[in-house]
Design a protein around this ligand. Structure first.
Ligand SMILES: Cc1ncc(C[n+]2csc(CCOP(=O)(O)OP(=O)(O)O)c2C)c(N)n1
Length: 345
């Protein structure tokens, strides 16, 4: 009888990794394209800011993070949440305002939150995430936890006072924050050179005595390489690092933006640098088709999940208004989180 040699696990090839990156970017792209359709059909209400064109940034950076790290993002955060591992189902249900959503349907598109993946949102306030990230990193430093807090924000945040306060304190206290500025050249309709005396935003961060690096945000591999190196340095306790990822949003600022501040030819020029077809072209067509198929099923499933979800009962309207320790729940006990919620968190 012949014996079979022990099966060795197959080492992942560079192609496997590229397929993984492509899958993540395509998931975000297709998910958001569907969101735009659902918005037009009034299934999704409120505000909706799409990340189309900028996917390489979130996907590249997530490759550098570990499960114990934290992510703080802006209102343009569907991509970050998906890449971080928040399920498409819970994000879509949140968009629909359903109880099964990651923020119980109370946050919508701009306020995704997920404790399991340490995804701290989702913040509608420009630069509002920066102090949260600095606080999280300070807590890690004080506890001696070697975790990285990643903080994504736009070029518009650089004009806020909070930005400068946060750069200063993070550098002064050598806090473990990875700052990722997603410089897509516009803050709503204001072009960066009309708002900033210094348009090399990395230079601004460097003035606070931290390492600051400009990265091609349209190249997922370049972002990944820079983020992996930076996260290792931050994790080693050497202080914060600032990555300025130069990128571009292909769609309007939000669903209400007539885009009068830029020309179609400018958008067309940037679309030539779309990170998704660039990576797909280096892969086998059959692999790309399989990924598309898989993503299509995932999105259909997420929509079905959101459609069949429930709305929070009116009696719960005042829940979570006050915290467990200090507040009141209209139903009686001083409790904002029941056991089910606690287990969910
Ligand atoms: C403190 C504050 N000021 C103004 C606004 C209104 N606002 C919403 S988005 C936005 C532009 C922000 O641009 P940027 O930070 O570059 O991010 P992007 O939308 O390009 O991703 C502004 C001014 C706000 N949400 N918060």
């Amino acid at each position: 009888m012949t014996t079979q040699p022990d099966l060795q696990p197959v080492a992942p090839t560079a192609d496997d990794h590229a397929v993984k990156l492509l899958r993540q970017m395509l998931r975000i792209r297709r998910f958001e394209e569907k969101c735009a359709e659902l918005y037009t059909a009034t299934k999704i209400r409120g505000f909706l800011h799409l990340y189309v064109g900028e996917e390489a940034v979130a996907v590249g950076v997530m490759e550098a993070l570990r499960p114990e790290d934290a992510v703080v993002a802006t209102y343009r955060e569907h991509g970050h949440a998906l890449a971080r591992g928040v399920s498409a189902r819970s994000i879509m249900a949140e968009m629909y305002g359903k109880l099964e959503g990651c923020s119980r349907g109370r946050g919508g598109s701009m306020h995704l939150f997920d404790a399991k993946t340490r995804f701290y949102g989702g913040n509608a306030i420009v630069a509002g995430g920066l102090p949260i990230a600095v606080g999280l990193a300070l807590a890690d430093r004080m506890r001696g936890d070697h975790r990285v807090t990643s903080c994504f924000f736009g070029d518009g945040a650089v004009a806020e006072g909070e930005f400068h306060e946060c750069m200063n304190l993070a550098a002064l206290w050598k806090l473990p924050v990875l700052f990722i500025c997603e410089n897509n050249l516009y803050a709503m309709g204001t072009r960066v050179d009309l708002a900033q005396s210094e348009t090399n935003l990395a230079k601004k961060a460097a003035s606070y005595a931290m390492q600051a690096i400009g990265v091609d945000g349209m190249d997922v591999l370049a972002v990944e390489t820079a983020a992996v190196k930076a996260a290792a340095t931050v994790r080693a306790g050497e202080g914060p690092i600032f990555l300025e990822c130069r990128t571009y949003r292909f769609r309007a600022h939000s669903m209400y933006d007539p885009e009068l501040y830029r020309s179609e030819s400018e958008v067309a020029e940037w679309k030539k640098r779309d990170p998704i077809p660039a990576l797909a072209a280096s892969l086998k067509a059959a692999d790309v088709a399989a990924v598309e198929q898989e993503i299509s099923s995932e999105i259909q499933d997420a929509i079905a999940f959101a459609e069949s979800g429930s709305l929070e009962p009116v009696e719960d309207l005042e829940r979570f208004v006050y915290s467990e320790r200090t507040g009141r729940h209209s139903g009686g006990p001083l409790c904002a989180m029941d056991e089910t919620d606690r287990r969910r968190a």
